[in-house]
Design a protein around this ligand. Sequence first.
Ligand SMILES: Cc1ncc(COP(=O)(O)O)c(C=O)c1O
Length: 366
Amino acid sequence: MSFLANRMNSIDASGIRKVFALAATMKDPINLSIGQPDYDVDTIVKDTMIQAVRDGKNTYTQTWGIQSLRDAVTQYYDQKFGVTIKNPMICSGVSGALFLALMATVEPGDEVLFADPYFVMYPHLTALLGGVPIPINTYPHFKLTPEALEAAITPKSKILIINTPSNPTGVTLNRVELQALADVAKKHKLLVLTDEIYEALSYDEAPATMVGMYDNVLLLSGLSKSAAMTGWRIGFASGPDEIIQAMNTLQQYTFVCAPAPAQEAAVVALQQDMTQKIDAYREKRDIVYNGLKDHMEVAKPGGAFYIFPKAPGGDGTKFVERAIANNVLIIPGAVFSKTKSHFRISFAATNDTLKKGINTLLTLTD
Ligand SMILES: Cc1ncc(COP(=O)(O)O)c(C=O)c1O
């Protein structure tokens, strides 16, 4: 007998579970699988959190978050991108924001489109809500083009999810590329969710945002990655009135609010200069990309801390098994894609670990 709801059958986590099972057998692995920076939260941000706890800021906040953080998010987008965001609300990470956004908008049968390779939550949450995930193949350059988007649209298409810089490829879309996608979304009256969680980690050009390119854009971003606050659960959403209102109603009956002291600290985190972190991560990107580019087919990441090479031999899952047998932990592309030929490296590791990992992977190329 099972008490589980049928909807649980729409989620399949077996791919990643297999990797975790294999990883559990590794002793002291060269770990290139991690989805969070190798730096810690800044001291000033930690101190703000501690002070907030001491000052008794430990209670529920307003459902939509504390006003000072909503203002700080507005100011951040204004200063960095020159756009005025609408109705900012604070959520429990981008995961929380994404869940509320899809809960508020996806009807059974609605198609949700996104680039393949994709962040794992997009298809799973869509399917959980009865929606139909439509991954759009973007190999080998990993940029969603307006042509590929047009070709995937049907009368049932409702939502387009954009993620730049991307997890798992690190590939970024510039202003012109985003505007072209926004134009297609507008023509077909799609709601766009733009997941910009990695924008602060951009290495080659200033990041671009979809905000301001089209009215029906829902911004999702947060501090888990840039400020290394993954465990503090702070994200934010902003966009059309009707959708943010619905997300607030849902938040009231689910997450209630994001952690109160972490909201206080996030105000300070948003004001920190990212230059040193960006420089350090550009160097990591270069170590990995330059180390691999003459030996594997690989797109250069412009942001985030992932790279998504094609496995020598063309079977990402087999290559990952060999890497794990040689003590390097990486993730098979099948976890993030309908195509199984690639694998993901996270370069959120020390330079020394990266060099060791790349050297080992290169011994497996023949
Ligand atoms: C593209 C993308 N979006 C959202 C998230 C979720 O982040 P958060 O910690 O804010 O829930 C992640 C985390 O890996 C991610 O890679």
